[in-house]
Write a protein that binds this ligand. Structure first.
Ligand code: NI
Ligand code: MN
Length: 235
C-alpha cells in the first residue's frame, strides 16, 4: 500500500473509520453499544477529529453524542441533523447540505445525494433531520472514496462519477433497508468505482446480501473486498 493512503476500517454495520496518513480521524455513522457486529475489543483512537453522519436513523447516530464528547469530535452532517445532535449534547457541529464541500483538516468532504428516508427518534418522537446523504471523501494522495450511506441505486450516481471520479465505493449491500447486491452492482458501474467496500450487511439476518453475491454481479475489472468487522483497507 502507498504510505499516504487513507486507512478505511470497517467496524460492523455501517460504522466506518477513516484515518489519513496525516493523522486525521473521521468516524462515520457510530452505532456501537447496540451494534451486534461491533468488534468489542476494538480500541477507537483516543482523539477522533470528526464524526460524519449520513442520516438520522438510530443504527447510524446512536453513539454520535457520547463519542463526540469522549473523543473530542466535531459532528458533521446535513444542517438539520447537525442541529439535532447539538440539541442532544454534541459540543461542536458543522452543518452543510447537498453539493457543499467542507474541509475537515486536509480532507475535502462533499455531500451528495442518497435515496433513503431520514428521521431521528428520541423520547419525544421522530424528528425531521433533513434528507439522507452520501459523502465523497478526498484526502491528498489517496484515492477518492464515495461513501454512499444508506441508499438505493439512482441514475444520478452517474453525476457523482462524472464530478468526483471515485476509485473506491463504500456501499450498503444488505438489502431490505438499502440496496442489495443487484442494485449495488449497478451503483458500482454508475459511479465507475474500481474497488467496492461493502457495508450494512450481516448485522441481522434480514440484511442478507453478501460480498460474494456482489462480486458475482460486478464487471470483472472491479474488486469487491471481503472483510470482517475490524478489518481495514488497504490491508
Ligand atoms: Ni437508514
Ligand atoms: Mn441503516
Amino acid at each position: 500500500m502507498a504510505s499516504d493512503q487513507t486507512r478505511i476500517t470497517w467496524l460492523g454495520h455501517a460504522v466506518t473509520l477513516y484515518q489519513t496518513a496525516k493523522g486525521t480521524s473521521i468516524l462515520v455513522d457510530p452505532f456501537i453499544e447496540q451494534n451486534p457486529k461491533y468488534p468489542k475489543n476494538f480500541a477507537l483512537p483516543a482523539k477522533i477529529d470528526y464524526i460524519l453522519l449520513t442520516h438520522g436513523h438510530g443504527d447510524h447516530i446512536a453513539d454520535a453524542v457520547p463519542i463526540a464528547k469522549k473523543h473530542g469530535a466535531k459532528v458533521v452532517a446535513i444542517y438539520e441533523l447537525a442541529d439535532f445532535v447539538k440539541q442532544q449534547g454534541a459540543p461542536e457541529i458543522v452543518g452543510f447540505n447537498h453539493g457543499g464541500t467542507v474541509h475537515l483538516d486536509e480532507v475535502a468532504v462533499t455531500m451528495v445525494d442518497a435515496r433513503h428516508s431520514s428521521g431521528a427518534t428520541d423520547k419525544a418522537g421522530t424528528h425531521y433531520v433533513g434528507t439522507a446523504a452520501g459523502f465523497v471523501i478526498a484526502a491528498p494522495g489517496s484515492p477518492v472514496v464515495y461513501h454512499a450511506g444508506d441508499t438505493n441505486v439512482f441514475s444520478d450516481m452517474q453525476l457523482i462519477g462524472q464530478l468526483y471520479q471515485p476509485e473506491i465505493a463504500v456501499l450498503p449491500i444488505g438489502g431490505h433497508y438499502t440496496m442489495s447486491p443487484k442494485e449495488a452492482a449497478l451503483a458500482t458501474r454508475l459511479v465507475g468505482a474500481k474497488t467496492v467496500l461493502p457495508i450494512h450487511f450481516g448485522t441481522w439476518p434480514l440484511l442478507a446480501g453478501t460480498p460474494a453475491e456482489l462480486a458475482s454481479l460486478v464487471d470483472s475489472t472491479v474488486r469487491v473486498v471481503t472483510w470482517n468487522p475490524a478489518d481495514w483497507f488497504p490491508s
